[in-house]
Design a protein around this ligand. Sequence first.
Ligand SMILES: Cc1ncc(COP(=O)(O)O)c(C=O)c1O
Length: 375
Amino acid sequence: MINFWSYNKEYAKIKLELNSIFNSTLKKGVIFFGENLKNFEKNFIKKYKSKYGVAVGSGTDALLISLMAIGIKKGDEVITAANTAIPTISAIINSGAKPVLVDVDNNYLIDFKDLEKKISKKTKVIIPVHLYGKPCDMTKLRTISKKKNIKIIEDCAQAQGAKFKNKYVGTFGDLGCFSFYPTKILGGYGDGGFILTNNFKLYSKIKMIRFYGIDTVNNKNKFHNKYYSNINGVNSRLDEINSKILDFKLSKVSQFIKKRRMLADIYQQELKNTSLILPQKTKDSFDVFHLYTVYHKKRSFIMRELEKKNIQTRIIYPYPIHQMKAYKQIFTNKKFLNTEMKSKGIFSLPLYPELEVKSVKNICSKLKIILSKID
Ligand SMILES: Cc1ncc(COP(=O)(O)O)c(C=O)c1O
C-alpha cells in the first residue's frame, strides 16, 4: 500500500531523537512556557526572517488570535479565498467578523479581479491562503491593501518555507499564521501553530491573548501579575514536548522541502503529456508542495482505480465552504464558479518527505495506464 501520508516512516527514522526529547523534557518537569518553547520561538523567527513570533495551540488559533489582536469587531468584513480549509472561515466567524469569499484562479489562489470587486468600506482584513504550498502574488496584494488601508493576515498553514520573489510567506502581511498539524510541512506530534509579525504592538497583544490576556511581556518580574488579565484572551499554548520536537524538525525542514520539490518534479515530468491538469509553475514563486493536487473530470474513476492498486489519494477539499450546512446561510445566492468547478475534479497524489522516488514512479506508471483507458 502506498499511503497518502504516513507517520510510521518518519517515526522509524527519528525514534531515538524523539525518545531523548521525551526523557529530557519530562525530567525537567516543565510542561508549558519553558526553555523549549523559548528556543523554538527564537529559531522559527530567525529561520523565517521576522522580528517577532509567538507559538500557539493550532493554526486555527493562530488565525483567530491574529484577528483578535487586530481588533476585529462585529460588522467588520474579512475577505478570504472560497477554496480554503474550514478553519480559515471558522476563525473569521469566531472573531465576530463576517467572512466574504472571493473565487480562486487557476492556481487555486485568491482571484484578484474578484477580490477588487468584493472590497467594501467594511473590509478590515484580507486573508490570502497560500494553498497547497503555492504562494499568492503578495506584491499585487500589498498594493491593493495599502491603497485601501486593509490589514493582511497570511494563512501559511500549507506553505511554510514557500517564497514569493525570494521572500518567505508569512512576512509580507501584518501577521503570518502557520500550522504544525502532523501532515504539514513542519508537523508536530499533536496540534500547534505560530504567528509571525514585525509589529511589536501586535506581538505584545498576541502574547497576552494566547494566555488568558495576561501580560507576560511587560510584567514578567511581578509574579502576582500571572493571575491578572489585561484583555480578553484564550488558552492556546504549545507544550514543551512539542516545542522541542518541532525545534528538532525545524533544523531539517529545508531538507523536507527539497525532497517534496524533487518528488513534485518527478510527477510533473512523468505526467506532463497526460490529460491530467497539473500544478502550474508560476513566475517568482518558490512552491513547497504541501500537496500535489491535480484535476481531471473523471476523478472518481481514477481514484477508485488507484485505490484498487493500493495507492491512496485524497480530495482537498471536496465541499466548497459556501455549500456546507454550517455556512450556506451566510452565502445564499453566492456563486464561485471556479471554486465549484475545481472542487468536482481535484484530487491529490501522495507526497511527503519519506515517500520514495520509486513509489512516485510506480504511482505515475499506474496512473498513466488508468488514464490511457479513459482518454
Ligand atoms: C489553509 C489552512 N488554514 C488553517 C488550517 C488550520 O490549522 P490547524 O489544523 O493547525 O488548526 C489548516 C489546517 O488544516 C489549513 O490547511
